[in-house]
Ligand binder design. Sequence first.
Ligand SMILES: [Zn+2]
Length: 216
Amino acid sequence: MTTTHGLRPTPWPRRVAAGGVTLLLAAAAAGCSGRGAAEGPHPAQPQARVLAAGPPAPRPVTTTAAPRPPAFAPVVTDRIPTPSVTLPLSAVVPGTTNMQPAAADAFARAFAAARAAGLDPQIRSAWRSAAFQQVLFDRAVARYGSVQAASNWVLPPSRSAHVKGYAVDVHPQAVAAWLEVHGAAFGICRTYANEWWHFEYLATSTCPPRLPTAAG
Ligand SMILES: [Zn+2]
């Protein structure tokens, strides 16, 4: 890929001595971050800061500043994580096994907060292998009579957030109700109107509107 920077190289600042240019070029050629070279030419900065701190600085205006949203680790919603644990098709998957790390961490922290609030959060189903999700989907098609009807409750492996490793079915309902209120603080949202138990880690403090069903 060609970058704009590559097409039009930025000229070096004139105040940089020729020796400095050579040093920076050598650092760049070596794949170095250039941090040592960049720190070298500015020894006077800390002193300048001390001098500036003499008179009282004006107070920053805070009344118009928007509150900072919580920082969340990203979750990759179209990625199926590489399983770290291999399990037989019908085996029970313990806890957050094989989930995307950011999602597993968010649910662990949310459940700890729920326990602190006196609840007993439990995971009914979290990560599922694509093979197991296919079994569940085939059963749903047989039960509901069509792929479309089945997709209201069970998605095929290619679309399932359980297979992609960022969904958890929680229990009991009191925990789900708690998560509906407090989940967004952890980046966790209820996503479907017809499934009170199904929550997804979406790495957002503002949950999107719920879909009527998993089929959309
Ligand atoms: Zn679910």
